[in-house]
Design a protein around this ligand. Structure first.
Ligand code: ARG
Length: 570
């Protein structure tokens, strides 16, 4: 970024009234180093400057001068800029080493609060791989925003309210057993839920019974509440196990039920603002004018809906956290729901409706079949994580049987494989789940990056003759010792880190960081194979080690931003 800024101001100064940012936005990284370190396509400037792109580039080639630049070329409308390599090497390394763990960050947020609603699984249903996506995308967005100076509140909007609890009570009272629910937890609750649907197909009155149980829950009936609370606590226990494995946490677990006593006020406000319409006993907000179907707010029997609770939650979050941005991470099947929600808040007269955004992601299917809780067609996340951990342990057992903390590393790497796999593609892409792929540790995977980081740590440890991965003291950096394609290639990657993180924030796209980390790891591995590090020549050794330390810092921070741990030994 530093060099982009420098070049922008140099170029802008050549033209009257030209803003640095105009140039900054145009600057590109050429696809290969022969075309320079930066490149300015002059096509878009042509109109304003009333000159051909070629003439603009030719003019700049003659006038642009600065110590940081080795030379500039004009090639078919592009200005290709070559940095002075020695200067680039020493400045870049100094920048990373000085910043350490905050390298790549910038205080964009200035303490403004971002609320991120993520994970939000449904009580009494298994935590499946669809919820994994919301969990890991949300968790990464949280880390990215924090890194960029925002205050982040992670909210788990648990699905702990709704007609399904009426169904569950019907199923439990008819076919359930307390001991079995206690011992089998969500598995048994799911079995009961699936049975309810099978039976209700034959005996439709069961649906009616379920609805009336839910009304009893909403009215605070003692027995109904007791059962509901029990289902919630059983589910939470299992969810917490998964969050612990993943290393994910939340600032708030205010689920749907939390808004129970806040819904009447919402209904009143909607009605006072003339937004509510009665329709056959139910109440809804009409949105046809905005090309959306109406949003149901109250059912005929007076019970609330998913929508009602989300309007209440939006108002509550604004009041409580005064957010500058409020994000909702769910699959794209809920696109309409969130568009409706944002529109309703806007129609209520709140200008902060524009600060809310849906972060949709693609759906997960299982070998061609969509996942369905009702049909019992789910992959339980816990099974997946445990298998990944087992597989990692087997690999460690065969390659490094004497490693001291095998269990811990197996968890870090096994979970890392699953999380990285989920964050590698653009979030909006559908995912066809395959066990083979999720457990693939080769190539562009989390374990590959984690392993590269561990290798980097091992070089630093050896250089220190012990445990420390700090840069050994002594031996000054001599940039001339790093003037080779591989070393410069690594530094070029590292220099783009901050920009990548910012893009990931703007696009709400953690995959930009995952892919970046693969690039860094690959470029480091090329360097590692070409340039022996722990050589006798003290200047070469010190300079290469400084570069290695920069890689360690960047990989470690980057992995952290996508929620992966960074074991120092694998
Ligand atoms: N529980 C919902 C589901 O599993 C996701 C909730 C998302 N958050 C929200 N505020 N609606 O699909």
């Amino acid at each position: 970024m530093r060099y982009k800024q420098l070049v922008s101001s140099l170029v802008a100064a050549q033209f009257d009234g030209m803003d640095d940012n105009t140039i900054l936005e145009l600057l590109e990284y050429p696809p290969n180093p022969e075309m320079g370190d930066l490149s300015l396509p002059c096509f878009k400037l042509s109109k304003a400057l009333r000159k051909s792109p070629q003439a603009i580039a030719d003019g700049l080639k003659d006038s642009l001068q600065h110590d940081a630049l080795e030379r500039v070329d004009s090639v078919s409308g592009y200005l290709n800029i070559f940095l002075d390599k020695s200067r680039f090497i020493s400045e870049q390394i100094a920048e990373i080493l000085t910043a350490g763990p905050v390298y790549g960050s910038r205080d964009i947020g200035k303490g403004g609060t971002v609320v991120i609603d993520y994970s939000s699984p449904n009580i009494a249903k298994p935590f499946h791989i669809g919820h994994l996506r919301s969990t890991v995308i949300g968790n990464s967005l949280k880390k990215i925003h924090r890194f960029l100076g925002f205050n982040v509140v992670g909210v788990n909007h648990l699905g702990d309210w709704g007609t399904q609890f009426g169904k569950l009570i019907v199923a439990y009272t008819r076919w359930g057993e307390e001991a079995k629910v206690e011992s089998d937890g969500i598995d048994e609750l799911l079995r009961l839920y699936v049975k309810f649907h099978d039976e209700a197909e034959k005996e439709p009155y069961l649906e009616e019974e379920a609805r009336s149980w839910f009304v009893r829950i909403e009215n605070g009936d003692e027995e109904a509440i007791r059962l509901w609370k029990w289902f919630v606590s059983i589910s939470l226990k299992e969810f917490k196990k998964i969050y612990d494995l993943l290393g994910v946490d939340f600032e708030s677990f205010a689920g749907e039920s939390f808004y129970n006593d806040k819904m009447a006020a919402v209904i009143e406000e909607l009605s006072a603002k003339n937004l509510l319409e009665e329709d056959d006993g139910a109440k809804l907000v009409r949105l046809e004018e905005y090309n959306m179907s109406p949003a149901l707010m109250l059912k005929k029997d007076g019970s609330s809906l998913y929508h009602t609770r989300d309007v209440a939650a939006a108002l509550y979050r604004k009041k409580t956290y005064d957010f500058v941005k409020s994000l909702y991470v769910t699959d794209y099947a809920q696109n309409l729901h969130f568009q409706q929600l944002f529109k309703i808040v806007e129609l209520m007269g709140y200008d902060w409706a524009k600060d809310m955004a849906h972060v949709p992601f693609g759906r997960v299917s299982l070998e061609g079949m969509s996942l369905s809780t009702r049909k019992g067609n789910v992959i339980k996340l816990e099974d997946l994580l445990l298998q990944a951990i087992d597989k990692t342990r087997e690999i460690i057992e065969s390659k490094n049987p004497n490693m001291p903390n095998k269990d811990e590393v197996a968890r870090q790497v096994g979970v890392g494989a699953i999380v990285f796999n989920d964050l590698y593609a653009n979030r909006i892409k559908d995912v066809v789940f395959s066990w083979e792929e999720a457990l693939n540790f080769e190539g562009e995977s989390g374990p590959y990056v984690q392993y590269t980081h561990a290798r980097v740590c091992s070089v630093l440890r050896k250089a220190n003759g012990g445990e420390s991965i700090e840069l050994p003291v002594g031996g000054a950096l001599d940039a001339s010792k790093l003037l080779n394609v591989e070393a410069i290639g690594v530094l070029r990657e590292l220099s783009r880190f901050g920009e990548r993180v910012e893009q990931a924030m703007v696009k709400l796209e953690p995959s930009m960081i995952s892919r970046y980390l693969i690039d860094v790891a690959q470029s480091f591995n090329r360097f590692y194979h070409e340039c022996p590090i722990l050589v006798d020549d003290p200047a070469v050794r010190a300079s290469r080690l400084a570069l290695v330390k920069c890689v360690q810092i960047t990989l470690s921070t980057g992995l952290g931003l996508i929620g992966l741990e960074t074991p120092e030994k694998i």
